[in-house]
Write a protein that binds this ligand. Structure first.
Ligand code: ADP
Length: 473
């Protein structure tokens, strides 16, 4: 398969040369010959007619014969032909090819101009009067209504063939030059298309065999270079996705293993009596916490998986974002009061409509508020604020919590990322909450930003499209 394209082009090139040569050596000479014969015959006939008109007052006196002879000699020389003056019966009285003895003029036996009807010229030896094949034109010399003689003009076919050969030589040389020049196309094709294509093929073979880090490049700015760059970019992305996948699985295993290990440890300790029965209650709550963590982890994983597989499948509608903020805040009220946290809602008017997937946006609000509560100190305040700029609604969730170190800010959106600072505060965290938030907003085509100072607090702000009209119900 690899060689096919190159060989196909080479074959096309050779076929072009072969067919060109065959056509040039078969049809073209005949066509050139026919053309030259017709042209020559027409000019011979035209001259013959002119001569016949001029000399129809033909007298047989020696003087007039001599002047006629010298004139037809000049014309014969100019035409490259021989000219004869014939009597109706076939006697040659003048011939530019040979002197004629007036006493004993040669005669063309079988001379019969009647046979020429339909054509003004013939090719042949003119009733065996010529030694070789000629183009012959015959014009009658008339006086009154009778034919008093003929002017015949004869151009040797040999001379015509020589002209055909000379022309064919030029044609062959031109074709040879074209054939060689078209070799440039073949070389160009090899350099511009074939070589880069070979590189692309061997790269795709490497990719197919699993070597996604295969190093290669095509140095050209054309479509081939673009295709190669796109391919190697794609391979890079696949390699990165593979790495992510590995890291993801490693993280999941780790996050599942640690609660399971501790559950197992406590249960074994309970079983073998290391933990006395009176302490069971304390350890039951630890065990419950660990199972809750596992449940949360599985739930988050499922959500992320759905977001990834469903991609852009969003159930968008027009809904009141203030209503969603209020109901999410109500859900988290218990958690807030446990830590003495006050939740302030600074909402822009009573209702504010946005066009988005309500359930998913509620999940965003929940995750952000949950984090704000988790990472806030006791008796702190949290603010949820809405603002509008033209057709965009901004929702901000701001806390006075532990904040996020500058270096961690770029990582917090990654799956399973938990900053060192937060570990002590949140033992149940999965590190999946913010990646879910980002996925949801990304699939809406919206953005989220964070401003945070360690020890001062964090503010997460995300955008939503404002709905132009509130729903009718
Ligand atoms: P989780 O909260 O389950 O650990 P997230 O993806 O929601 O996972 O958050 C990732 C990390 O980002 C957290 O572990 C924490 O370090 C940091 N983070 C998120 N929200 C806040 C916040 N409001 N204040 C301080 N740190 C935060």
């Amino acid at each position: 398969m690899r060689k096919t394209l190159y060989w196909k082009f080479l074959l096309a090139y050779l076929l072009f040369g072969l067919f060109g040569f065959v056509i040039l050596s078969t049809f073209v000479p005949q066509m050139v010959r026919d053309l030259l014969v017709k042209e020559k015959a027409a000019s011979l006939y035209k001259e013959g007619v002119l001569l016949a008109q001029n000399y129809n007052g033909l007298s047989t006196s020696q003087n007039s014969m001599d002047s006629l002879q010298s004139q037809i000699d000049a014309i014969a020389l100019y035409l490259g032909a021989s000219i004869r003056v014939l009597q109706p019966g076939g006697k040659i009285i003048l011939d530019t090819a040979q002197p004629i003895d007036p006493e004993n003029p040669p005669e063309i036996s079988d001379f019969d101009p009647g046979l020429w009807t339909g054509s003004f010229y013939t090719i042949g030896d003119f009733w065996s009067s010529l030694s070789s094949s000629h183009i012959n034109a015959l014009s009658p010399i008339t006086s009154g209504y009778s034919i008093i003689g003929y002017i015949s003009l004869h151009h040797p076919m040999e001379a015509l063939e020589a002209k055909v050969n000379a022309m064919m030589q030029i044609f062959f040389m031109t074709f040879g030059a074209i054939f060689l020049l078209s070799l440039i196309i073949l070389i160009f094709f090899t350099e511009v298309v074939y070589r880069p294509l070979r590189k692309i093929i061997s790269a795709t073979e490497q990719y197919a065999s699993g070597n996604m880090r295969y190093e290669w490049s095509v140095d050209s700015g054309d479509e081939m270079g673009y295709l190669a760059a796109a391919l190697s970019y794609m391979a890079g992305e696949i390699a990165r996705a593979e790495d992510d996948q590995k890291r993801f699985v490693a993280n999941i295993s780790h996050d599942f293993r640690s609660p399971l290990t501790s559950i197992r440890g406590y249960l074994e300790a309970m079983q073998d009596g290391t933990i006395p029965t009176e302490s069971y209650e304390k350890y039951f709550s630890i065990l419950l916490n660990e199972t809750q963590r596992l449940t949360k982890l599985t739930g988050s994983l499922l959500t992320l998986n759905n977001l990834n597989t469903k991609g852009m499948l969003l159930d968008k509608s027009c809904f009141d974002i203030h209503q969603s903020i209020r109901s999410t805040a109500a859900t988290l009220e218990g958690l807030c009061s446990q830590k003495g946290i006050t939740l302030h809602l600074r909402l822009l008017g009573r209702e504010l409509y946005v066009f988005a997937d309500m359930e998913k946006i509620q999940q965003v609000l929940y995750n952000l508020l949950d984090n704000a509560i988790k990472f806030s100190h006791r008796d702190a305040s949290i603010w949820v604020e809405t603002t509008q700029q033209k057709n965009t609604i901004f929702v901000s969730v701001k806390d006075q919590g532990i904040g996020i170190p500058k270096d961690d800010l770029k990582w917090i959106w990654d799956r399973f990322y938990k900053s060192d600072l937060s570990r002590g505060k949140d033992k149940k965290g999965t590190g999946l909450g913010l990646s879910i938030v980002r996925e949801i907003l990304r699939s809406h085509g919206e953005h989220i930003n964070v401003i945070s100072t360690p020890g001062v607090g964090s503010e997460f702000i995300f955008s939503l499209p404002a709905a132009t009209a509130p729903p009718s119900n």
